[in-house]
Design a protein around this ligand. Sequence first.
Ligand SMILES: C[S@@+](CC[C@H](N)C(=O)[O-])C[C@H]1O[C@@H](n2cnc3c(N)ncnc32)[C@H](O)[C@@H]1O
Length: 292
Amino acid sequence: MSESTESKGAALRDVWMEAAQRLEDAGVEDARFEAEVLLRHAAAKSRAELYANLTESLDPGALRDFEATLARRIQREPLAYITGNREFYKLDFEVTPDVLVPRPESELLVEAALDHLRRLRVRRAAVVDVGTGSGAIGIAIVKNRRDARLVGIDVSREALLVARRNAQRLIPRRPGDWIQGDLLTPINGPVDCVVANLPYVPEGRLAELEPEVAEHEPRQALTPGTTGTELILRLLTQLGSRLAPQGVALIELDSGQEDTVSAALQRMLPMAVIEVLDDLSGQPRVVKAVNG
Ligand SMILES: C[S@@+](CC[C@H](N)C(=O)[O-])C[C@H]1O[C@@H](n2cnc3c(N)ncnc32)[C@H](O)[C@@H]1O
């Protein structure tokens, strides 16, 4: 280390590598990448700026901030809660501990919804995101389908505040309606597209989840009860009177729940065409029903 670097403090490269080691020791999987994200967050640098300045040092204030965020991550607080954001469908969403961190597998709901809306050829399609959390799924749909009208529903008032802020920033011209309520109860229909990533983890499996999830994400966002399908099955009973002809319902679930949910959907919507969609890892992830 040169004298001038030493007098200013450790070089960014050394701070980064040491942090990566500490995260790895704490059981964080992608330690090197996460250390980089925390460092860029504290230093307020883009990736290119960080890489171009690896021999420079952090100023003392930024170094203190970095140490504080690193300590939180070592305690297995989710990275997205620390940085306050998460990318989903190439959009940057605000995320707080009041909302579930949007998951990459939920992008399948967005893809399938956009695909169906393209075929449907309805103008100003009504899209409802049930259990909207940060609003990620509904907002990503409307961002890519400019004439759609969005309603996001959640039981959590705090989550809706986050969703509304995301909508105002990401789809300011059509920021949608954000309603506190139980499932589809606040809506009369007809709805062209219902997307739902509701809680589906069976209560008894909560303890098996990573500490980031089990100890930090809202319990109300994770589990609906003992089987995991309680809320989804209740949602299905509300679809019949609200889904428009040729409308689509896309419901995210866990592998193993698809048969129960498909069978219930077929009972509720006897004329519907039902399909199970796999995620990128080949696991059943979404049940899709197109109304007759
Ligand atoms: C698994 S999180 C998903 C959040 C968001 N859709 C996403 O994919 O990031 C489930 C959400 O459903 C909400 N929720 C739980 N019970 C609900 C109910 N009965 N009606 C509406 N929303 C509910 C929770 O508050 C939580 O925000």
